[in-house]
Ligand binder design. Structure first.
Ligand code: FE
Length: 134
C-alpha cells in the first residue's frame, strides 16, 4: 500500500472540480462511449495523471493500440498507484481499476493484452489528464 495521504472530498467538491462527464465516469463508475474520449487514439508521449487527484498513473510508453476505443495500457506506472477490485455488475466478472489515492474509477483490466504483461488496462479518457513530455 502507498503511504501517500488519501484524498477524500465531498460530492459537492467533486462536482465543483470535475466536468459532468469526468464526474460521471470517475465518481459514478460510468463509461465514456468507445472512440469518443480525448486519448483513445493519442500517441503523444507523456504521463497520464488521475483527473481526481493528479497522481501519475500511466506512462505513454505502456500505451498500445487495442482497437477497443479506449486508452489501453499494459501496466500502470507503479503497481501501487492503482487498486484492482472485483466487479460482478450484471453477473459479468470484471476487474475494476481505481486510483489508489482518491478512489476515482478509471476503467477495467482484462487478461487479453500484449507482452510484456498480457494485460489490457482499459482506461476512460475522462478519468485521466495527459501531461505531455516536453
Ligand atoms: Fe486519484
Amino acid at each position: 500500500m502507498s503511504n501517500k495521504q488519501k484524498i477524500i472530498k465531498t460530492e459537492v467538491e467533486w462536482r465543483e472540480q470535475l466536468t459532468p462527464m469526468q464526474y460521471h465516469v470517475a465518481r459514478e463508475k460510468g463509461t465514456e462511449r468507445a472512440f469518443t474520449g480525448e486519448y483513445w487514439d493519442s500517441k503523444e508521449p507523456g504521463i497520464y495523471r488521475c483527473i481526481g487527484c493528479g497522481e501519475p498513473l500511466f506512462n505513454s510508453t505502456s500505451k498500445f493500440d487495442s482497437g477497443c476505443g479506449w486508452p489501453s495500457f499494459t501496466a500502470p506506472l507503479e503497481a501501487e498507484a492503482v487498486t484492482e477490485i472485483d466487479d460482478n455488475t450484471n453477473n459479468i466478472h470484471r476487474t475494476e481499476v481505481t486510483c489508489s489515492r482518491c478512489g476515482s474509477h478509471l476503467g477495467h483490466v482484462f487478461p487479453d493484452g500484449p507482452a510484456p504483461t498480457g494485460l489490457r488496462y482499459c482506461i476512460n479518457s475522462a478519468s485521466v489528464d495527459l501531461t505531455k513530455t516536453k
